[in-house]
Design a protein around this ligand. Structure first.
Ligand code: ADP
Ligand code: MG
Length: 450
């Protein structure tokens, strides 16, 4: 977990490689007692740099810990030479609270994404009502249920809510939630092992022998011929045997221009419902809900400040509140609008843009393709890594002002001609490959939500 936290910190706060290696890699968790994490600074390596580290990394680190672990902790820094004399009480970082049994059985469901924690507003009331109806009577009302809307507006939250609800009503229901990418990857894997005749059969068994299939972000299978074909058959099998199908997507069925008609029309059989951006009242309500869930007590003026300034995306709205609370704990100051302004200065810069860095781009691409950000800068040449790397080159060129040389340097010290080659490869492919166009579009939105 600690590595994950550092990695998150590095990407999310745009920390350079040099700075990362110098400072952050000299930190380690010494102990976790209640909600206090003691972090040791390896001063034999970097000297007494406690003050610098507290100032520079204190808040970002605290925020990152909260983001990764989902709980808040106080942190203190000590020099490792001082800690030597202390009784070390190292605890594995970090066992989160024991979850109820369904969550062990269903690790793919986020326990926080339930109907209870979902705020209903004008922007999502239809999607919410339809989801609840489906959850109460699977396969009896809308089949499939098709939920669409922009990034960070609550599609995944609603899907998990449906799954939790169905499982709570009837724990024996076989529920399967996957992203369309998992579906694709598992299919590819099954096809690759074709010599093993059971592999495809097993894939089919997994996806057809269930009561409820939730498939998230379906847009990623569009244009992938064999995946589309397989999904079509999965869909039919489930639908004919009266099993519930729930699909989410970033756009309505009719906008899938390259999707085969027979699949598109199926998406419209049930009920397509959309989620829009939340209005001010809904943003306030969501902040209040989070305040309540996290056991906080925040001045209303501060909530208003956040709701007024952060508009496009609920994930950012929640992130803003987390940041403010973290800053207040770290500085030991009350939460007020002045503090909020300080905490959110990066998020609400005058033109409302976050810094797009090579690191941010690589992180998002790595996450999307299920590889590590370090793979992108590595020298590995296998296609499943080289291709995402070329996409990184392409998007760095499009979304930053960096030169080919600088992009190459940041992407594992590559030559500028390698970068140019990568960019041209992607440009070429884009002319004919719909699914790539689609992927690039989604990645751009993830990198720059505005
Ligand atoms: P999407 O799948 O549409 O990109 P998510 O479902 O991941 O979006 O939502 C992003 C974040 O916003 C999650 O933390 C989710 O809990 C929160 N969220 C979205 N909509 C709501 C809502 N109506 N009420 C409470 N939280 C919400
Ligand atoms: Mg989602």
């Amino acid at each position: 977990k600690w590595d994950e936290i550092l990695e998150y910190l590095k990407i999310e706060h745009g920390i350079t490689d040099v700075s990362f290696r110098t400072w952050l890699q000299a930190l380690d968790v010494f102990s976790v007692v209640d909600h206090l994490i003691t972090i040791s600074i390896n001063d034999s390596k970097i000297g007494d740099s406690k003050k610098y580290i507290v100032n520079k990394f204190g808040i970002p680190l605290k925020v990152s810990i909260e983001e990764i672990i989902g709980e808040s902790f106080d942190i203190e820094f000590e020099l490792s030479s001082d800690l030597k004399n202390r009784q070390p009480a190292p605890a594995a970082l970090v066992k989160s609270k024991q979850e109820p049994s369904n969550d062990l059985k269903y690790p793919f469901l986020n326990p926080r994404y339930t109907f209870e924690t979902f705020v209903v507003g004008n922007n999502n009331s239809l999607a919410h009502a339809a989801s609840l109806a489906v959850a109460e009577a699977p396969a009896e009302v809308y089949n499939p249920l098709f939920i669409y809307g922009g990034v960070g507006l609550g599609k995944t939250h609603l899907m998990h809510s449906i799954a939790h609800y169905i499982l709570a009503q009837n724990p024996n229901t076989k529920v399967l939630y996957v992203t369309s990418e998992t579906f694709t990857n598992e299919l590819i894997e099954a096809i690759r092992n074709r010599s093993d005749t059971t592999s495809i059969a097993e894939f089919r068994k997994k996806y057809r022998n269930i009561d409820v299939l939730l498939i998230d972000d379906i847009q990623f299978i569009i244009g992938k011929e064999s995946t589309q074909e397989e999904f079509f058959h999965t869909f039919n099998t489930l639908h004919e045997s009266k099993k519930q199908i729930i699909i989410s997507s970033d756009k309505p069925p009719k906008e899938f221009e390259t999707l085969e008609e027979r699949l598109r029309s199926r998406f419209e059989w049930g009920l397509p419902v959309d989620i829009q951006s939340p209005d001010y009242e809904t943003r306030m309500a969501i902040l209040k809900k989070k305040e309540e869930l996290d056991g906080l007590s925040i001045d209303n003026e501060v909530l208003k400040y956040i709701a007024t300034n952060i508009k496009s995306n609920i994930r950012e709205l929640e992130g803003a509140l987390t940041k403010i609370v973290a800053l207040s704990r770290l500085k030991n100051k009350d939460v007020d609008v002045v503090l909020a302004e300080e905490a959110l200065k990066d998020l609400i810069s005058p033109n409302n843009k976050r810094d797009i860095t090579v690191e941010l781009i690589s992180e998002i691409i790595a996450e999307h393709f299920g590889i590590q950000p370090t793979d992108i800068v590595s020298s590995k040449k296998s296609r499943n890594i080289a291709y995402p790397r070329q996409i990184s080159m392409y998007l760095c060129r499009e979304l930053t002002d960096l030169s080919l040389k600088d992009i190459g340097k940041k992407l594992g010290n590559r030559d500028h001609t390698t970068v140019l080659h990568g960019i041209m490869k992607i440009q070429n492919d884009l002319e004919t490959d719909d699914s790539l166009q689609n992927t690039i579009g989604v990645l751009k939105k993830k990198i720059n939500p505005q």
